[in-house]
Design a protein around this ligand. Structure first.
Ligand code: RIB
Ligand code: CA
Length: 319
């Protein structure tokens, strides 16, 4: 039976690819897509989600939940490697939602509808998940697990020296989720940094005659350009796609149960993930953290899945 998934996304190129990949993957049933501010402001994230759904028109439409500003606002404009909304390049048409529901409401309802069965795939700041847990205090024990993209254990941060982007954007929400009674799995930069989409991959995308092939050709070139200009890299990271692969192929990762928390203040360390790795720790273990990954197999599965999804998305019709 396909695994029920709520996708919480801030698209964003890697979020967008993960979203389409998940919508067409036979092992997953995406019950809802909720948007959150992060790579782009909340309203743009919601618009991008609607645009992607409208463009692909998947066989089974998920529910949609819209983003609103984190309680303390967003501290950034755009992601560390990207100063632009790459999805603009695809010029997706966006239909206005007649009755938009807040993301946290949709999360609560979908978890309540199938207690213990729903995985929340958190691919952006943890704003919506923390709000859902506040709105329904029993929710942490009803959710199957929260699979989180972000944080670092030993790797450097990617937005500040200490912090990973998703944690940095809303550290209070991240702390609430880390401290909640939910089952949590973290896929940190230490492993997601190991996967890069290179120019070789860019030249071997699924056919342009498919919807996904066309979409990738629209959104990836500006991302590659931005990574080169801002980071001097000849390729792009696809962190959230790696995290999605952990939902589909958990066996590709080795996990360690750790005791983790998130720094909410501080001049230098806002959003840093901190783990009690002392010989005699004081903190309780509260999160499984991916420490090793079979990178070669993950990339193979990802590229195969992308190709299969592309054919499923159907032909790109003119106009
Ligand atoms: O640090 C990686 C994360 O930041 C990913 O979720 C990416 O989409 C950006 O939001
Ligand atoms: Ca993201």
């Amino acid at each position: 039976m396909p695994r029920k998934l709520i996708l919480d996304v801030d698209p964003g190129v890697d979020d967008a690819i993960a979203m389409v990949f998940a919508l067409y993957h036979p092992a997953l049933e995406v019950v809802a897509v909720t948007s959150v501010g992060g790579n782009v402001p909340p309203a743009v994230a919601s618009r991008n989600v609607s645009g992607i759904l409208g463009f692909f028109d998947p066989p089974r439409w998920p529910r949609v939940g819209v983003a609103s500003m984190p309680d303390d606002g967003l501290p950034v404009e755009g992601r560390y490697g990207l100063s632009i909304d790459c999805l603009e390049a695809a010029q997706l048409r966006v239909a206005e939602l007649r009755n938009p529901h807040p993301a946290e409401k949709v999360i609560c309802e979908e978890v309540r509808a199938a207690p213990g069965e729903v995985t929340i795939l958190a691919l952006g700041p943890l704003t919506n998940i923390a709000r859902a847990f506040r709105r329904d205090p029993e929710l942490p024990t009803l959710v199957g697990k929260v699979l989180i993209s972000g944080g670092t254990v030993s790797a450097a941060g990617n937005v500040t020296p200490a912090a990973e982007f998703n944690m940095y954007c809303d550290p209070k929400a991240a702390r609430e989720v880390f401290r909640s009674a939910s089952t949590k799995v973290l896929i940190p930069l230490d492993v997601t940094n190991r996967v890069m989409l290179s120019f070789d991959h860019l030249n071997n995308l699924p056919p342009e005659t498919t919807r996904l092939g066309w979409f990738l050709r629209a959104i990836l070139p500006p991302a590659f350009l931005s990574y080169r200009q801002r980071l001097g890299l000849e390729g792009i990271h696809i962190h959230d796609c790696v995290t999605l692969m952990a939902a589909i192929h958990p066996e590709l990762f080795e996990y360690e149960d750790m005791a983790g928390d998130v720094e909410t203040g501080g001049e230098l360390c806002r959003g840093a993930t901190v783990f009690d790795r002392r010989r005699v720790p004081d903190w309780q273990k509260n999160i499984a953290v991916a420490r090793k990954m079979d990178t070669a197999r993950l990339v193979d599965y990802f590229l195969e899945g992308l190709e299969r999804a592309a054919w499923e998305t159907g032909p790109m019709l003119p106009g």
